[in-house]
Design a protein around this ligand. Structure first.
Ligand code: CTP
Ligand code: MG
Length: 385
């Protein structure tokens, strides 16, 4: 999408109570699916998509504890109070989005559809930018039979409607305002059509199921199992020079030397960046940010790590675990371990509990032992869906 495209605001409907999913004691959007909450899977699909300006999650305030636990480490999302019905939850969302303009784009998605493909999200946004309104849907393949009419229904023109549904703000707002007292609608597309606006259908993957019952949960587990786990390593070294602090893991540690480098010489972030690029076979940090390029002079290495995370997300990959070993005779790393974990979590959106920072001396041996510099080795494990 071009830079002049309108801003996109995402509304994720997550305020329901999941009454058809009876065997869990948390609402369905907070049930763990392959190790993380359904809502977290869903939200992660929207992070780092170009053009998305805000992600707003409609929640029931009574679920606040479940919510905080499910989205730990995820930044830059906002919660809005939902309501008793899905329709009213969405209407609340439309009224509460910040800094929204009439020709901005609103993307509405069910938390209960964590298997949405990022490609389908992008296609739906593009269609709404073009036509004002779109919905992801798929053609019905099964033979349909009505036992009221004892008749096979012609399926030629039948589509199963899903979310995301994407609209220009003024259109979806008008639909909700005009139809505020009509409870007959089961989705926003239907409301927009009822006020006379055509909604473009975007054919999406059939895997985008709405998790409604225990059976759907089993199916989602099987579909997600296709995720491929990959581990790759990264390694970096920088020499000491005169100075007063070293930048490691995104934080400045006071020391009587600094690390010499073209950027901020943060070997920890460099090693993590390389390991992530390794997981997606995208070369190394120098391929993307050549040290000969003056624009990276003194650059905060968070920029490199962010870019690697973005590339990973664009390939439907998510970091499971980061394991770092710093080889240094000095400074002492232990007292700064937690601050590093938190800073790396800030940059990557990976839960700090899945970021391990270890340190070792090299017993006086080699260049690290002679205190000429520091080395860092890192392994990153990701899953690609
Ligand atoms: N939803 C919402 N506000 C409501 C009801 C539903 O935001 N008052 C959300 C749900 O959390 C879900 C999506 O809308 O992500 C689709 O609704 P549905 O699948 O029906 O979820 P629930 O209403 O939670 O489930 P059930 O109907 O089985 O109770
Ligand atoms: Mg419901």
């Amino acid at each position: 999408m071009s830079k002049t495209s309108p801003a996109v605001h995402v509304l994720i409907a997550a305020a329901g109570s999941g009454e058809r999913m009876t065997s869990f004691d948390v609402p369905k959007q907070y049930i763990p699916l392959c190790g993380k909450a359904i809502l977290r899977h869903t939200v992660e699909k929207f992070i780092s998509i170009d053009a998305i300006q805000s992600i707003n999650i409609l929640i029931n305030p009574e679920h606040k504890n479940h919510y905080s636990e499910a989205l730990i480490g995820i930044k830059d999302v906002r919660t809005i109070k939902g309501s008793k019905t899905r329709k009213n939850s969405i209407y609340n969302g439309l009224k509460e989005i910040l800094k929204v303009k009439n020709d901005d784009i609103i993307l509405i998605h069910d938390a209960a559809r964590p298997l949405i493909a990022r490609e389908d999200i992008k296609k739906a946004i593009e269609a709404a930018v073009e036509n004002g309104a779109s919905s992801v849907a798929h053609k019905v393949n099964d033979t349909l039979y009505s036992n009221q009419e004892s008749n096979t229904v012609d399926r030629t023109h039948l589509w199963a409607i899903q979310t995301p549904q994407v609209f220009r703000y003024d259109i979806i707002k008008k639909a909700h305002e005009e139809l505020a007292n009509d409870d007959s609608f089961t989705d926003d597309r239907g409301m927009v059509e009822a006020i006379g606006h055509k909604v473009t259908l975007v054919e999406g993957s059939q895997e985008n199921i709405k998790i409604t019952t225990e059976n759907d949960l089993k199916m989602a587990e099987k579909l997600l199992d296709k995720g491929k786990t990959i581990t790759a390593t990264g390694f970096d070294v920088h020499a000491f020079e005169d100075g007063s602090s070293v930048r490691l893991g995104g934080i400045d540690i006071p020391h009587d030397k600094s690390l010499k480098g073209h950027s901020d010489a943060d070997i920890v972030l460099h090693a993590i960046t390389d390991a992530i690029l390794g997981c997606i076979n995208e070369g190394d940090i120098g391929t993307h940010f050549p040290p000969t390029d003056p624009q990276w002079k003194d650059c905060d290495s968070a920029v490199f790590l962010n870019a690697a995370i973005e590339k990973l997300k664009n390939k439907n990959g998510f970091v499971d675990f980061i394991d770092v070993t710093i080889m240094a005779e000095e400074p002492k790393i232990g007292p700064h371990r937690e601050a590093m974990q938190n800073r790396i979590s800030d940059i990557t959106n990976v839960d700090a509990g899945n970021i391990s920072i270890k340190a070792t001396t090299t017993e006086g041996l080699g260049f690290t032992g002679r205190k000429e510099g520091i080395a860092c080795q890192c392994a990153v494990t990701i899953t690609r869906y």
